[in-house]
Design a protein around this ligand. Structure first.
Ligand code: ZN
Length: 427
C-alpha cells in the first residue's frame, strides 16, 4: 500500500493558514479582499521576504515562515555554527559545526519543506546595499545586537521615498534576553522606528573602577576585581579565555577571597563565567514564543488578513509572567525617521572632546565613532586618516572657539548610516 508522504504534499501543507486568506471576518483589515489571489500571492515569488539572522530566533523564524506558506525566503547571517548553539538552534546538527548558519539553515528548510526556496547569504548585513534590500516585501529581524538592529533600521528607513510606495519596507523585529523578549513592527516614517526608542535600551552593566578597587558591594564587583585588576598583574602575557575552565577557576577563587574579605555573598562559578563572558543565557522556549509572534506579524503584513500589532509587544517571563502591548511614539528629533533637529545645551567652556564624550554616553545617541562638522568646516573626522590627523588638535579646543551658540553641528558615525543634526546652545 502506498502512503502519501505528508511532508511532500505542499499544496495541502498550508491549508490551515490558507483558511484565513479565503474568508473575511470581523477583525480583518478594512478593504481586505480574501480569495485565491491572495493565497497565490503569499505562495509566489512576488512575496519575497528577508530573514536577518539565522541563530536562535532565526531558526525559529525560518521554520515558522516556511510552514506558513512563504515560498521565497532569503536569509543573511555572518556566523558559523558553534557546538554551543546546538541546544536550541535546531536546524543544525553536530556535523554542521564550523559551517555557515545561513547556508545550513537554508538547506535544512528546503529539504524539510518542499516547494519553499531559501536563499542564503553568508556575510555581514553591511556587505549588502540598497539594491539588495529593495527586492524584499518585508524584512524580519532576529538579531542579537543593538548595533546590527540600528544599522538595519537606518538603512531600510533611509531607502523609503514617500513618492514611491514600493520603497516602503516594513520591518518586524524580534529580540530575546533570557526569559524576556519583545516583538515589534516598524512601518517606515509611520510608526516609531528602532532609533526612536534607543533610550529604552539598558546599557551593559559596567562598574566604576574605583568601586571595584576600593569599595566593592556586589559579587560582580569582586569578580571584576579578579578579572580586571588581579589577572593582568598575575598573568600579563595571557588574555582571559572565558571558555577555559582553569581561567574561570582561578578567577572564581580570587573573587571568593575578595568577597570574604568584604563580607559579600553570592560569588558563584556560574556568575563568574557570566560576568567574564558578559553573557545572558539564551532560553530556547523564549525564542520560540517571540519568533512565533514575530512570524505572525509578518504573515498579517503580507496578507492584511488581520490587523498588525500597534506596535510593540513586550514579553516578561522573569518576574512571573507579564506581557503588554503599546504604541511606541515616534520621536520628532529621531536621527533616522524624524524631521526636527536635536537641541542640546552645553557649557561654552567645554572642549570638543567633552562634547564627543557626551554623544558616546547620551542614551538617545550612543554613537561609537562620531565625526562632527558645521556647515562650513570639519570639527573632528574619524576618517580618512589624514583628515583625522588634521582635525585631532580641535579635540582640545573649546567649543566656543570652534562654533557659535545656536549653530547646527552635523554628527555622523562610521558604523551607522545616520546623520544627526545637533543645534548646540551655550549656557
Ligand atoms: Zn525614529
Amino acid at each position: 500500500m502506498e502512503i502519501d508522504n505528508p511532508t511532500s504534499d505542499w499544496a495541502n501543507r498550508w491549508r490551515h493558514p490558507d483558511v484565513y486568506l479565503q474568508r473575511s471576518g470581523p477583525y480583518a483589515v478594512e478593504g481586505y479582499m480574501p480569495g485565491d489571489e491572495l493565497t497565490e500571492f503569499i505562495h509566489s515569488d512576488d512575496c519575497k521576504i528577508l530573514v536577518v539572522g539565522a541563530g536562535g530566533l532565526g531558526c525559529e523564524l525560518l521554520k515558522n515562515l516556511a510552514l506558513m506558506g512563504f515560498k521565497d525566503i532569503h536569509v543573511i547571517d555572518m556566523d558559523t555554527i558553534d557546538v554551543s548553539n546546538l541546544n536550541r538552534q535546531f536546524l543544525f546538527r553536530y556535523k554542521d559545526v564550523g559551517k555557515s548558519k545561513a547556508e545550513v539553515a537554508s538547506e535544512f528548510i528546503m529539504n524539510r519543506v518542499s516547494g519553499c526556496k531559501v536563499t542564503p547569504f553568508f556575510g555581514k548585513i553591511q556587505d549588502k546595499d540598497e539594491e539588495y534590500y529593495s527586492q524584499f516585501s518585508i524584512i524580519i529581524c532576529g538579531l542579537d545586537s543593538v548595533e546590527a538592529r540600528r544599522w538595519m533600521n537606518a538603512t531600510i528607513i533611509g531607502m523609503y521615498d514617500e513618492e514611491d510606495p514600493s520603497t516602503m519596507k516594513p520591518i518586524v523585529d524580534g529580540g530575546t534576553e533570557g526569559f524576556k523578549g519583545q516583538s515589534r513592527v516598524i512601518i517606515p516614517r509611520n510608526t516609531a522606528c528602532y532609533e526612536c526608542s534607543l533610550d529604552m535600551q539598558t546599557k551593559p552593566v559596567t562598574f566604576p573602577i574605583c568601586t571595584i578597587a576600593n569599595t566593592p558591594r556586589l559579587p560582580e564587583h569582586c569578580i571584576q576585581y579578579a578579572s580586571l585588576l588581579l589577572w593582568p598583574k598575575s598573568f600579563p602575557e595571557t588574555k582571559i579565555d572565558g571558555d577555559d575552565p582553569d581561567h574561570i577557576s582561578w578567577l572564581f577563587s580570587e573573587a571568593t577571597k575578595r568577597a570574604d574579605e568584604f563580607g559579600i555573598r553570592g560569588v558563584t562559578r556560574t556568575l563568574t563565567m557570566g560576568v567574564v563572558k558578559n553573557i545572558i543565557p539564551a532560553i530556547a522556549s523564549t525564542n520560540a514564543i517571540v519568533a512565533a509572534a514575530t512570524a505572525n506579524e509578518a504573515f498579517k503584513l503580507a496578507t492584511s488578513c488581520a490587523p498588525i500589532v500597534n506596535n510593540y509587544m513586550m514579553y516578561v517571563g522573569d518576574e512571573g509572567l507579564y506581557t503588554y502591548t503599546f504604541p511606541l511614539e515616534k520621536k520628532p528629533d529621531c536621527p533616522v525617521c524624524g524631521t526636527e533637529s536635536v537641541k542640546i545645551t552645553i557649557s561654552g567652556g567645554w572642549k570638543l572632546q567633552e562634547l564627543i564624550d557626551l554623544l558616546l554616553e547620551r542614551p538617545g545617541t550612543q554613537l561609537k565613532r562620531p565625526s562632527l562638522r558645521t556647515s562650513t568646516k570639519s570639527l573632528y573626522m574619524q576618517s580618512p586618516k589624514m583628515l583625522e590627523e588634521a582635525t585631532r588638535p580641535n579635540l582640545e579646543k573649546l567649543c566656543s572657539e570652534l562654533f557659535s551658540s545656536g549653530d547646527t553641528v552635523v554628527v555622523t558615525d562610521a558604523n551607522l548610516p545616520i546623520s544627526l543634526q545637533l543645534v548646540i546652545t551655550f549656557e
